[in-house]
Design a protein around this ligand. Structure first.
Ligand SMILES: C[S@@+](CC[C@H](N)C(=O)[O-])C[C@H]1O[C@@H](n2cnc3c(N)ncnc32)[C@H](O)[C@@H]1O
Length: 269
């Protein structure tokens, strides 16, 4: 097994070797991938968006994170700087191998760290290695996790790479809004289509029991607005070649209502 040091070195060599290709791809297809973004009418959605293009100067060939992570753990500190975010109550959904869990534990030193993962993953990974802070893992489907209400409210919620795995986007965002503390931050990343327009692409693989509902970037913002999120920072140029979007959000003071006067995703059936 290569050591972490060797893997990093290999990653750097590959990145350097592929850089000219990335430059070429970047020159030809990145503008097309982001076509339409400037036309998103945030004001009509009631959204207050800050585009953060100052944080990452990203020309890396990262269509996915190294080691398949949605965001490199080292990059988290640029979005949630440990200074000012230490000692908080933190919730993470879907840690998989725990790369982000370890960063959260070591860098944010949460006062309480709650981790939610699917029961089928129990025993699959050693993701708790090096998670040294006071923590609890709840092996439960996030959609069955009403008990989290008793463990919150949470100051920071990490939802990285989970959103597009579900069909129940509105319900999920509504659940997070109910779990977050006033002034709390949702760090949210999803696979996203970079075509212009507001729509979602559905795929279902019955043999793997897997489904994906991938929003365009505009649809992602629309869903956030509909479920009462605002004050959004959009890290628009993070990994420009990746089909993904990353934002931080806070809960808005008002939750939008549908025609019947109910919040979206609130249902009695
Ligand atoms: C693509 S991985 C993302 C892993 C990691 N968070 C990252 O950013 O690289 C999706 C993770 O979400 C978990 N997951 C998917 N659906 C879930 C659900 N309904 N409830 C809880 N966890 C879920 C999966 O088990 C997996 O760990």
């Amino acid at each position: 097994m290569p050591t972490e040091k060797w893997r990093m070195a290999l990653g750097r060599i590959l990145n350097a070797a592929l850089k000219p290709l990335g430059y070429y791809i970047g020159k030809t297809s990145v503008p097309k991938l982001t076509e339409g973004w400037d036309d998103i009418d945030f004001a009509s959605l009631g959204l207050d968006i800050t585009v953060r293009e100052d944080v990452f100067e990203d020309d890396r060939i990262l269509t996915r994170g190294q080691g398949e992570f949605t965001i490199l753990a080292d990059d988290l500190q640029k979005i949630i700087p440990p200074d000012g975010h230490k000692g908080k109550k933190v919730l993470e959904i879907g840690p998989k191998t725990g790369e982000h869990s370890r960063w959260i534990s070591n860098s944010l030193e949460p006062s309480k760290f709650t981790i939610v993962e699917l029961p089928m993953r129990k025993g699959e990974y050693d993701f708790l290695d090096s998670v040294n802070c006071d923590h609890e893992v709840v092996y439960i489907d996030i959609f069955q996790s009403n008990e989290l209400k008793d463990k919150g409210p949470f100051d920071i919620i990490f939802c990285l790479g989970v959103f597009y795995h579900t069909l129940e986007h509105v319900k999920l965002l509504r659940h997070f809004r109910n779990l977050i503390a006033d002034g709390g931050i949702l760090l949210f990343q999803t696979t996203a289509l970079k075509e212009p327009g507001s729509f979602l692409r559905l795929t279902w693989e019955p043999e793997r029991a897997g489904n994906y509902l991938v929003p365009t970037v505009e649809a992602m913002f629309t869903l956030l607005a509909m479920t009462g999120w605002n004050q959004i920072e959009w890290f628009r140029n993070y990994r420009p070649l990746a089909q993904a979007a990353i934002v931080t959000c806070r809960k808005s003071s008002v939750i939008p209502k549908n025609h019947s006067g109910f919040e979206f995703g609130r249902s009695s059936v």
